[in-house]
Design a protein around this ligand. Structure first.
Ligand SMILES: *Cc1c(COP(=O)(O)O)cnc(C)c1O
Length: 497
């Protein structure tokens, strides 16, 4: 299978696309043609998560041998990397709603599903491309990607990784997880700026010929761990498929019965993976993109206008504090009937004016399958409280945004007779303050003491991985201005051994 840019251009191999991340024209790689298959429950029902992963990864990385994929998958998904044997368990709340729990990996966020496997896919791609330069991964993070990427890449030979995060834009647990990261090939930098600033600066570096030459002169090439990379996207398709099989196995839905998904959305990688699962035959009826107060996507799905010229808010669901959603471009590609000229035109409008507007006809078409809504911080806390009191189930704030959105939508927007899966993207213990608020504790207390209390009250075990963080030393304290990111990267390359 080959890949081309969402904005057109020549096809490239999967290993080239994975190694380079972004296409030359600034677009994102998408399969030239999606596999023409229809997955059936019968062929899936007895597969382990690992076997299912092999089956799916094979479809998108046709240059790898079966043995290579098997080894990568089993290194990524095992009892050391995930605390739940099924990797992604499904928790049934009631007859209407289940949670797809994506937070049982090493860093307690859904990013682990992709970033546990991605390093192996990248190394294999490097090998197949006969690339002998050192790889420097630059990642911008709104909190969870950073830690998951650092864990995935730590001490991997031939690869270095630098993570940039917004100084005041992540939770204290997220920040500690990153600043205490182990490994000899990692670096973590806080910036005075927001996530979009970090992501944009990195995109400039990736797109700059001058930077490429500078890196090249130092025997270094750039790659990305952000969800623009195909090696991040396709591993996420797997858990939508496993969730379907799970729902049928447990009798929650019947074989071929449709279900809805509500996804807490920022960069649009998670929900897009669900859309691809649907294209492979998984019976998903409707996709709901759930936003926090940074509701640029919710507005788009309601009005057809994507307008990033607006205030940016730091919220209690920081991993969704994003105004420029990078994977959205891939969605546009499919929403326009795989019309790369139209995508290039729309994205060009967005990049030059901050606004992108689709036609009424295009919007009507989109709304058959997708819709968007948002929940503010108060609603998010209220849902955490409400669901805990009623069901004794503790949601993290991102998951709660999605649940709040589910509650908000009427039957005209989302058919509630259809079972709905809320994608649960993080462990609640990553976000002590909103959890404290929901449970009536003092949100300004020291974060770990909040969590001890939460654990005591709710009976939710303190996650071992977070306890490890608690006991380790801070290793990184660099803070720079957002305007200094490029100089920082140059210096880093210069000093690379
Ligand atoms: C990254 C993240 C999201 C947003 O996912 P996208 O794929 O960027 O849309 C939501 N919740 C949590 C906890 C995350 O870490």
């Amino acid at each position: 299978m080959n890949y081309r840019s969402t904005r057109g251009g020549e096809p490239q191999s999967s290993t080239f696309a994975a190694l380079h991340g972004l296409a030359k024209d600034g677009g994102l790689y998408i399969p030239e043609k999606l596999p023409n298959i229809k997955l059936t429950y019968n062929e899936l029902k007895d597969l382990s998560y690992q076997e299912l992963s092999e089956r799916i990864i094979k479809l998108f990385f046709t240059e790898f041998t079966d043995e290579e994929i098997k080894k990568a998958v089993n290194s990524a998904y095992n009892s050391e990397t995930f605390t739940d044997e099924s990797i992604v368990p499904v928790y049934k709340l009631n007859d209407k709603v289940s949670f797809g729990e994506l937070f049982h990996g090493r860093t307690l966020a859904f990013k682990d599903l992709a970033l546990s496997l991605f390093p192996y896919l990248l190394l294999l791609s490097k090998e197949k491309q006969k690339e002998d330069k050192k790889i420097l991964i630059l990642a911008a993070t709104s909190g969870d990607t950073g830690k998951a990427a650092l864990e995935g890449f730590k001490d991997v030979d031939g690869i270095n990784i630098v993570v940039f995060y917004p100084k005041n834009g992540v939770s204290p647990m997220q920040e500690e997880q990153m600043r205490k990261q182990l490994g000899n090939n990692v670096d973590i930098v806080a910036i005075n700026g927001n996530f979009d600033d970090a992501q944009s600066a990195i995109k400039v570096i990736f797109g700059s010929e001058e930077f490429k030459k500078y890196a090249n002169d130092h025997n270094v090439m750039f790659s990305s761990a952000n969800s623009i990379n195909i090696g991040r996207l396709f591993p996420q398709v797997i858990y939508y498929i496993s969730t379907y099989v799970n729902l049928v196995n447990s009798g929650t839905i019947k074989e071929n019965e449709e279900f809805n998904v509500v996804v807490p959305t920022g960069n649009f990688g998670n929900i897009l993976a669900g859309y691809i699962a649907k294209k492979l035959g998984i019976p998903i009826k409707k996709f709901i993109s759930a936003s926090n107060k940074n509701k640029v996507l919710a507005d788009f799905f309601q009005t057809g206008t994507y307008n990033k010229n607006r205030d940016f808010y730091a919220t209690n669901s920081p991993s969704m504090d994003i105004l420029l959603s990078s994977n959205f471009e891939r969605y546009l590609y499919y929403a326009t009937g795989e019309n790369s000229e139209r995508v290039a035109e729309l994205i060009n409008n967005l990049l030059t004016t901050g606004v992108l507007k689709i036609s009424d006809e295009e919007l009507a078409n989109i709304q058959k399958e997708f819709y968007g809504e948002f929940a503010n911080e108060e609603e998010t806390v209220a849902s955490i409280k409400g669901i805990y009191e009623k069901y004794h189930y503790l949601m993290d704030p991102h998951t709660s945004v999605a649940y709040s959105v589910y509650e908000k939508l009427g039957n005209d927007k989302l058919n509630k007779d259809v079972h709905t899966v809320i994608m649960s993207t993080a462990h609640p213990f990553k976000f002590p303050a909103p959890i404290a608020k929901a449970l009536g504790l003092d949100e300004n207390s020291e974060p770990y003491s909040i969590l001890d209390k939460v654990s005591e009250i709710t009976g939710v075990a303190f996650p071992a991985k977070l306890d490890e963080v608690r006991k380790s030393e801070i290793r990184f304290s660099t803070v720079i201005d957002k305007a200094e990111i490029q100089d920082y990267v140059k210096k880093y390359i210069k000093n690379l051994k």
